[in-house]
Design a protein around this ligand. Structure first.
Ligand SMILES: Cc1cc2nc3c(=O)[nH]c(=O)nc-3n(C[C@H](O)[C@H](O)[C@H](O)COP(=O)(O)OP(=O)(O)OC[C@H]3O[C@@H](n4cnc5c(N)ncnc54)[C@H](O)[C@@H]3O)c2cc1C
Length: 503
């Protein structure tokens, strides 16, 4: 397998060794980082030396570039001190959730309001610990989404803004394109509808291609016809989150990790009706407290619970769905140039099992969709009874499960016996056999649904109607393509704050 990488990454269940070219790329664009190469895998650790001595002179045993940025983003972030006085911990705006949407929002708000004080509260020790660090890494172009929805609009805006941002910051990415491949005549008919939506959504560069052109783009892929999207790409969204955090901190924002927010309440100050008072008390489960004039929450898998803490309704409810990936045998990575997707089943919000090349050179196949037994549970053994009962007791989930019982059972069977997924993969690349696939990482989707069992597809923002509603805005649903759309979602949130709160 030749020389292996320097960039390892921990992703839920293990360490992945990236490609030599990714290392070269990282080294090329980050001259202050020295990456030492390891000849033998699988050594999970890499040595990263910060030559500029900007963040400490010691050689750091970090797992990847994201890890390096992350250390920049946490070491100087004073862990929240319970001895700090409330006065020290007053901020104009507090953003809860250090995923990509929370960090993009924090960055946007601080750029717009440089004279105000901002803090991000994140319950985990690292940023991008959940969905933002556990996803397919695709820069979506906005093809499938229902025209006129926020999702359709913000995805297209978001991907254009993202490419510009990556170029400015020299973040490694690949505009490797995407084929949505029809393998039978029924699927061929559906391509026209996909194309129609893409054109209506103003996705640039789309075309329908025939079998010969499919072969030209992806020599190992078989198909009758396909939609070709040349502007779809790949990036490490966890890394991007940490870049947003770096921008935020450089503008004076503070990030408090290990701060699991457990409640919002009004302080006595609020009853004085003093517009300048910091009248929202934000408490943490570890005894922490900060005060704020305004709060935005971007809680991903916990977004419904955070909304309920300020008096919002239970709906849309979040039900966690785990998406497991398989890894392609590295010897066959050359068979996949860009993203290869199936024609999606319009009944589901998931785009189907796809072939996705990663920035580290590996190829992921997946993800599937099965109920997770814990909101942030990445394997079958991760069980949280509260989370599990919460999902099962929810009427909407039971209705959904009944409606799609066949689909659900088949997903579980395929998850347990991975060889059952082979046939689906071979429809696209027949040269893959059972020995070429092995279990890979997984992510958990925050799937929002209503009590009738309808999946909520669009982005949802909510302030509720209680006493705190004039000062709190919750981002309750930011599913895929939430990472791609993050810069555009952040602008929407900033506008909403302005309009709703006269901010
Ligand atoms: C399997 C999978 C594949 C995907 N693929 C893609 C893709 O290819 N392209 C794409 O654009 N999108 C993709 N997505 C969607 C994308 O990852 C999400 O839309 C995006 O990451 C959502 O970001 P977020 O910040 O809202 O949520 P998250 O990243 O989940 O962040 C929420 C944060 O809030 C914190 N938090 C929660 N509760 C509290 C609390 N009480 N106190 C403090 N902090 C709290 C959490 O710890 C977490 O860090 C995928 C998602 C999944 C799961």
């Amino acid at each position: 397998m030749g020389r292996k990488v320097l960039i390892g990454r921990t992703f839920g269940i293990g360490t992945f060794i990236g490609s030599r070219s990714y290392a070269d790329e990282v080294e090329g664009v980050h001259p202050n980082i020295e990456v030492s190469r390891i000849k033998k895998d699988p050594d999970p650790s890499i040595q990263v030396r910060n030559l500029a001595n900007k963040f400490g002179a010691a050689t750091l045993g970090l797992r990847n570039l994201r890890g390096l940025l992350l250390s920049q983003n946490t070491t100087k972030d004073a862990r929240f001190s319970s001895t700090s006085t409330a006065a020290q911990n007053k901020f104009d705006v507090v953003i809860v959730g250090g995923g990509i949407v929370g960090m993009a929002t924090a960055r946007e708000l601080i750029m717009k309001h440089p004279n105000m004080t901002f803090a991000v509260l994140e319950k985990e020790p690292n940023l991008a610990a959940h969905q933002s660090g556990h996803n397919s890494g695709v820069i979506h172009a906005g093809i499938y989404y229902t025209p006129g929805t926020l999702k359709a609009k913000l995805c297209v805006e978001g991907f254009l803004m993202s490419y510009k941002y990556f170029d400015e910051k020299k973040i490694p990415y690949k505009r490797c394109g995407k084929l949505i491949v029809a393998t039978n005549s029924d699927e061929v008919k559906k391509l026209d509808e996909i194309m129609r939506k893409g054109v209506e959504n103003k996705v640039p560069g789309l075309e329908i291609v025939d079998a010969a052109k499919i072969k030209e783009i992806e020599p190992y892929c078989r198909g009758l016809k396909a939609v070709w999207s040349p502007n779809t790409g790949i990036v490490d969204w966890g890394l991007v989150t940490n870049y947003y955090a770096k921008d935020f901190k450089e503008l004076g924002g503070q990030i408090f990790n290990n701060f699991p927010v457990s409640g919002f309440s009004e302080t006595a100050e609020s009853s004085n009706n003093d517009e300048n008072s910091h009248c929202i008390r934000v408490t943490g489960a570890k005894g922490q407290e900060v005060r704020a004039q305004y709060v935005v929450t971007c809680g991903g898998l916990q977004s419904d619970r955070l909304a309920q803490m300020s008096g919002c309704s239970i709906e849309p409810k979040i039900v966690p769905f785990r998406g497991e990936y398989l890894l392609l045998n590295p010897a066959k990575n050359h068979m996949v140039n860009g993203n290869i997707y199936p024609v999606p089943d319009p009944r589901f919000p998931f785009l189907g099992v796809h072939f996705t090349p990663r920035m580290d050179g590996s190829v992921w196949l997946g993800p599937n969709a099965i109920l997770a037994f814990k909101r942030e549970g990445y394997g079958y053994t991760d069980v949280n009874l509260t989370d599990l009962l919460d999902a099962i007791r929810f009427k909407g989930f039971r209705k959904l499960a009944l409606k799609y019982v066949g689909f659900g059972v088949s997903e579980v069977v395929k998850s347990i016996f991975i060889s059952k997924q082979l046939k689906e993969l071979q429809k696209f690349i027949p040269d893959i056999d059972a020995s070429d696939i092995r279990r890979g990482p997984s992510g958990v989707r925050a799937q929002a649904m209503d009590s009738n069992g309808n999946l909520v597809e669009d982005f949802v923002f909510d302030s509720g109607s209680g006493p705190l509603s004039k000062r709190i805005l919750h981002c309750r649903n930011a599913p895929s393509p939430g990472a791609t759309s993050s810069l555009a979602i952040a602008k929407v949130i900033a506008d909403k704050m302005k309009n709703q709160f006269n901010f």
